[in-house]
Design a protein around this ligand. Sequence first.
Ligand code: DGL
Length: 270
Amino acid sequence: MAVGIFDSGLGGLTVLDAVQKRLPDVPFVYLGDSAHAPYGVRTPDDIYNLTTAAVQRLFDEGCDLVILACNTASAAALRRMQESWIPKDKRVLGVFVPLIEALTERQWGDNSPPREVAVKHVALFATPATVSSRAFQRELAFRAIGVDVESQACGGVVDAIEDGDYVLAEALVRSHVDALKRKMPTPDAAILGCTHYPLMENVFQEALGPDVRVLSQANLVAESLADYLARRPEMIGKGTKSTFLTTGDPKKVSSRATQFLRRQITFESA
Ligand code: DGL
């Protein structure tokens, strides 16, 4: 039995780490499409084609349930996949909804009409493709009214993290936070809308200041997956082995991943 976890590269490891801690008995197959990362500067068609190819690879590996641990794929491809591509006996879930449910104080499956919530001014930090999809605003509008969202496309941060250049990543995060603050000086909450960014969470928090609540996805997605599997245990699927697959160079990706999660991670060729 195994659940698939997909990201364009290393960012989904932040989600994998949290779901492994929350569900230690469930095997996970991680697939990072490092050969094509970053996705955040690609077109929606390109993101759709790459994401469906990667998810098919995870289905072939015995995963009936795949988590898109990638906001860019969740924002630019998931809706289209759900409408016309996903086979009836498989499920693909994104990482946006658990985050928006937390922000709007909702339980899973609460489909009641949109209502006023405590937060009024939200800063969204994400990749250029996620920002231009406006998927976050769409999902939020289904659940909340009167929330002002200001987005900041954080060009360059994913590339710097994939390259292991954390000094550059930090400098870029600080400049993106400055740019956001010029548009929205006092957000109540900030969303780290890219699975690579939790690695920079302290830098975001420091640059935003202590009064801003910073929300990142890993633990929220882990809780939501635990809840889903308690209701749908059959979706754990047929695979039995935990593995890390990459479309990139396994040696290079393993070394970056080990640095990223601060524990030994060994990737195989996808
Ligand atoms: N980590 C991904 C996300 O959550 C993708 C970043 C990218 O490939 O640009 O958006």
